[in-house]
Design a protein around this ligand. Structure first.
Ligand code: ZN
Length: 333
């Protein structure tokens, strides 16, 4: 009897031990899909399964996993952000250590528009201009760490209503396909939605006893080239650049920009400019070039130049009190 009890106790102990052993062995935090990916990549045995790494898990699940970084992923603190693993891979391929990578992500964690390949430029800009990191990121992303027209990107979304055109982004030979004449004079054209919105704006101003008219709307690349070259011949390149866009860089080429004059005058009266400043967004336009924005846009104040963005975005740009260049980097791109 006693022998039987001792034997049974022994069996029970063995059972408990083996259960605990197997349970512990399989009790890793990775799900079965990730475990099978680890086995596929032959890294299952070298992974420290007691030290769960979210970075490793996401790397495997995202399809961005690179075998040579299998063990280093485990040393990198996971941060919730778009393209995180892609960015980690970029830094690892540039020989950043896991400690350095953790420091970078910690530092830039709250700056959502930061781009991993510009980290050095941000640091340099911040040091040089003694500004906040947020500001450095924004300015560098816009291109302002380089002089105007020295680093030019071809625009690939020219037809979108949100397109950003400035001294760093060129439309090339782009021509809009849905131009519509304005009722004031058929020689002035805007893209359909912008044209309708402009009519609405003019009609609304009229109700406030203000009379405004278009004096320049869509301009082709060739037309802009002619205009710009005339200004350069008159005032020289440096000065012309402060008020006239180089061909390919004018918002007028998008068919979404219109310059306005007060009816009966060949300029915009202060009162009308004030109305435009306070009301254009209600019709989907912003006054694109203001005095305070000159360091960012590179243009002198142009209270007559309206850019169509649609009501929602125009309203938001005005509410946030940003240039469209800044807004685009923070909320559109
Ligand atoms: Zn203009």
């Amino acid at each position: 009897m006693t022998k039987k009890i001792i034997f049974l106790t022994f069996v029970l102990i063995i059972m408990i031990c083996s259960f605990t052993y197997f349970y512990k062995k399989n009790n890793i935090a990775y799900n079965s899909k990730v475990v099978s990916l680890m086995k596929k990549y032959n890294i299952y045995n070298e992974i420290n399964k007691n030290n769960y790494s979210k970075t490793l898990e996401i790397a495997l699940e995202s399809g961005e996993f690179q075998e040579q970084y299998a063990t280093i992923y485990q040393e990198i603190d996971y941060i919730e952000r778009k393209n995180f693993i892609k960015d980690v891979n970029t830094l690892l391929s540039n020989n950043y250590s896991s400690t350095e990578i953790n420091t970078i992500f910690q530092k830039y964690n709250n700056i959502k528009n930061f781009e991993i390949n510009k980290v050095n430029n941000y640091e340099e800009y911040q040091k040089k201009n003694n500004c906040s990191l947020e500001e450095a990121v924004l300015k560098v992303n816009i291109g302002l760490d380089h002089d105007f027209y020295t680093q030019i990107n071809e625009i690939n979304n020219s037809h979108e209503y949100t397109v950003l055109v400035n001294k760093y982004h060129s439309l090339g030979n782009y021509e809009p396909t849905d131009l519509k004449s304005l009722s004031y004079d058929s020689k002035y054209q805007l893209r359909e939605k912008a044209a309708d919105a402009f009519e609405e704006l003019v009609a609304s101003a009229k109700l406030d006893n203000l009379f405004i008219r278009p004096y320049s709307a869509y301009r082709s690349y060739d037309r802009q080239e002619l205009i710009y070259n005339n200004y350069v011949a008159r005032d020289g390149k440096d000065e012309a650049d402060t008020y006239s866009a180089r061909p390919g860089h004018s918002e007028h080429q998008t068919g979404l920009a219109v310059d306005v004059w007060s009816e009966g005058y060949n300029y915009i009266k202060d009162n009308d400019a004030k109305w435009l400043k306070n009301n254009s967004y209600k019709y989907g336009f912003i006054v694109r070039y203001t005095k305070e924005n000159q360091p960012i846009t590179g243009y002198i104040e142009e209270p007559w130049h309206l850019r169509y963005l649609g009501k929602e975005i125009a309203t938001d740009v005005v509410a946030k009190n940003l240039t469209y260049d800044e807004y685009y980097d923070l909320y559109i791109k």
